[in-house]
Design a protein around this ligand. Structure first.
Ligand code: GTP
Ligand code: MG
Length: 225
């Protein structure tokens, strides 16, 4: 028996590349709703977007850290005002200080200035969660009251028991640090955690759109008559 596809996954399956922007000023119009994917270089951001879209090459995933250096926008449906955004990874050691500072600045401007940004997915390798960089991101988000959902990637690298322990530890550490964020396990390799992530995206992107109650329509028609 085939299972019905999660409505948000049906939507993300139709995602297409829109534009790469080097700065906030060059981003597409700040209308509608978007969800950004942030995290250390190599955390698995591009792979996660590809898994959501069920397309191998939509966002470029690479063994070479620091591959995504631009802010990459993906529209979810033609004419739709909902977008997924693949952000440049931070914390990659082998780039110059100047380049790092540039990225940090653009990232900061985007996170602080983007009005349509309705939620931040913070991806962290399950084996190296909550680095200083990640905590900076959480602080930035908290400052503008932006909702954050932490995704512990590459969960296939740990067995079930240690994976669950890592999940609980991150939940506890977030609380201790004073951050209010949800957390989940995820693997692009095994395709696990996808529906849980889709639920969160649906909440932030207001999808599926709320149904217009039938009796309201009847009332409206009655008024027109
Ligand atoms: N085992 C395993 N490997 C993964 C998973 N997700 C990503 N990877 C691998 O991790 C590496 C980095 O993945 P990317 O998706 O390119 O990471 P990124 O966060 O976009 O990296 P930057 O663009 O450099 O910031 C690649 O070699 C992926 O194949 C996963 O769920 N499991
Ligand atoms: Mg990437």
């Amino acid at each position: 028996m085939s299972q019905a596809l999660h409505p948000v996954l049906a939507l993300t399956g139709r995602a297409s590349f829109q534009i790469s922007s080097p700065t906030l000023a060059l981003c597409p119009p700040d209308t509608g709703l978007e969800v950004a994917f942030a995290g250390r270089s190599n955390a698995g951001k591009s792979s996660c977007i590809n898994t959501l879209a069920r397309q191998k090459q939509l966002a470029r995933a690479s063994k070479t850290p620091g591959r995504t250096q631009l802010i990459n926008f993906f529209t979810l449906e033609e004419g739709d005002q909902r977008r997924l955004v693949d952000l440049p990874g931070y914390g990659y050691a082998r780039v110059s200080h100047e380049t790092k500072d540039e990225w940090q600045r653009h990232l900061g401007e985007y996170l602080q200035g983007r009005g349509s940004l309705s939620g931040l997915v913070l991806l962290m390798d399950i084996r190296h969660p909550l680095t200083d960089f990640d905590q900076n991101m959480l602080s930035w988000a908290a400052r503008r009251n932006l909702a954050v959902h932490c995704v512990l990637t590459k969960s296939d690298k740990l067995n079930r028991g240690p994976g669950m322990n890592a999940l609980q530890a991150v939940k506890k550490d977030l609380k201790t640090l004073g951050f209010n964020a949800s957390v989940q396990l995820f693997s692009s390799l095994k395709v696990t955690g996808l529906e849980e992530l889709a639920d969160k995206l649906g909440e932030w992107l207001q999808y599926p759109p709320p149904e217009v109650p039938g009796d309201l329509t009847v009332e409206a028609k009655a008024r027109q008559a």
